[in-house]
Design a protein around this ligand. Structure first.
Ligand code: KG4
Ligand code: ZN
Length: 336
């Protein structure tokens, strides 16, 4: 069984091939040019996806020693994401499926992230807790099997990655903010400034908006001029990152105390953060759980996770419509 995966929900175009359950290609083309605009420009993103998608598919097939006719199943991210960007990948996928007379499965991007731990050699064991931290989402989920996903909590305002990006902007570090904050924080003291960690009592929800505002207030109070606050910049970055770590650990620990799980998975773009990876690993150790955190190439947006999820849905008998409407039959969406 040869599966082609296409991901184009934001600023990464990615094409992957899973051949007989082995990942043979996972090509990712990142649109770095958005950094000069301070964030992703949707229209430019769609155009860049259009330019790169055909060469990426050709390269992924060549790397897998396959031809288009050998593909049995075509999968693509169908949401959530930037509409124009999504349409490029999924209409391309549907066009291919129609012309080659192949099956097509639309995949929910978040579900792709949730199961990205299965791309690793050490796989999660059901039931597991999934902590999805990305630019658009912060979710704590109880994953019972490939079709049963229960939402325990989510952010009530900003996503964790969004908070990283916004604080990086305030600090004049540029976009994307996550890696820049992580880098800057290396020289800072994480305990220097006591930024607040929201505690939404009796829920597993997160909130990062108050934290973001308190960083802004701190900067306004201490730096009237727009000048970079020098050494203190590293302390602000480290203290902010530490507050995000604490928020994530607090909720996850609450869930570990209340649910019997075998594994703990940290997934999504923000899972690339070393401080968060290490805190979640320690937490897993404390509770004697198997911790699965995908390798970097599977943390950010990638088509390998889409192909994997698409194949799992297909194995459950799910296929999606090739209707001309762009978003019919968005995959299982087993959680809400
Ligand atoms: O999953 P992803 O690639 O795209 C979405 O589905 O949103 O996540 C992108 C987010 C961005 O907000 C980016 O700043 C954040 O992941 N990110 C990080 C790091 N690397 C990427 N956040 C914190 N630390 C990092 N090292
Ligand atoms: Zn993502």
């Amino acid at each position: 069984m040869n599966v082609l995966g296409i991901e184009s929900s934001c600023d990464e175009t990615s094409v992957a091939v899973i051949s007989n359950n082995i990942l043979t290609a996972n090509l990712i083309s990142s649109q770095d040019f958005h950094s000069k605009y301070g964030g992703v420009v949707p229209e430019l993103s769609s155009r860049a996806h259009l330019q790169i998608i055909v060469p990426l598919i050709k390269d992924a097939l060549a790397k897998s020693n396959l031809q288009l006719k050998d593909i049995d199943l075509i999968t693509a991210t169908a949401g959530p994401g930037l509409i124009g960007a999504l349409i490029v990948g999924l209409t391309f996928a549907k066009g291919l499926a129609l012309s080659l007379d192949k099956n097509y499965v639309a995949v929910n991007h978040i579900e792709g992230h949730i199961f990205s731990g299965f791309l690793m050699e050490e796989k999660p064991e059901f039931p597991f807790l999934a902590l999805v931290v990305s630019g658009g989402h912060t979710l704590l989920l109880l994953v019972e099997d490939f079709m049963r996903i229960k939402k325990l909590g989510s952010t009530v305002d900003d996503a964790a990655g969004e908070a990283f990006d916004k604080v990086a902007k305030m600090l004049g570090l540029g976009y994307p903010g996550g890696p820049k904050i992580q880098q800057t924080a290396l020289n800072g003291d994480p305990d220097k400034i006591n930024f607040p960690v929201a505690d939404l009592k009796n829920t597993y929800n997160f909130s990062f908006s108050g934290l973001k505002t308190s960083v802004l207030r701190y900067l306004q109070k201490n730096y009237i001029e727009k000048e970079a606050p020098g050494k203190d910049l590293a302390d602000v970055a480290a203290s902010f990152q530490n507050a995000v770590v604490k928020a994530i650990v607090k909720n996850t620990e609450k869930a570990l105390n209340n649910f019997e799980v075998n594994s703990l998975c940290l997934v999504g773009g923000v899972a690339a953060n070393k401080a968060i990876r290490s805190a979640v690993s320690q937490l897993g150790k404390k509770y004697d759980k198997k911790v699965v955190i995908p390798a970097m190439e599977f943390c950010g947006d990638n088509a390998a996770m889409i192909a994997f999820r698409g194949q799992k849905l297909f194995e459950q008998g799910i296929t999606s419509s090739l209707d001309v409407s762009p978003f019919p039959g968005l995959s299982a969406n087993a959680f809400s």
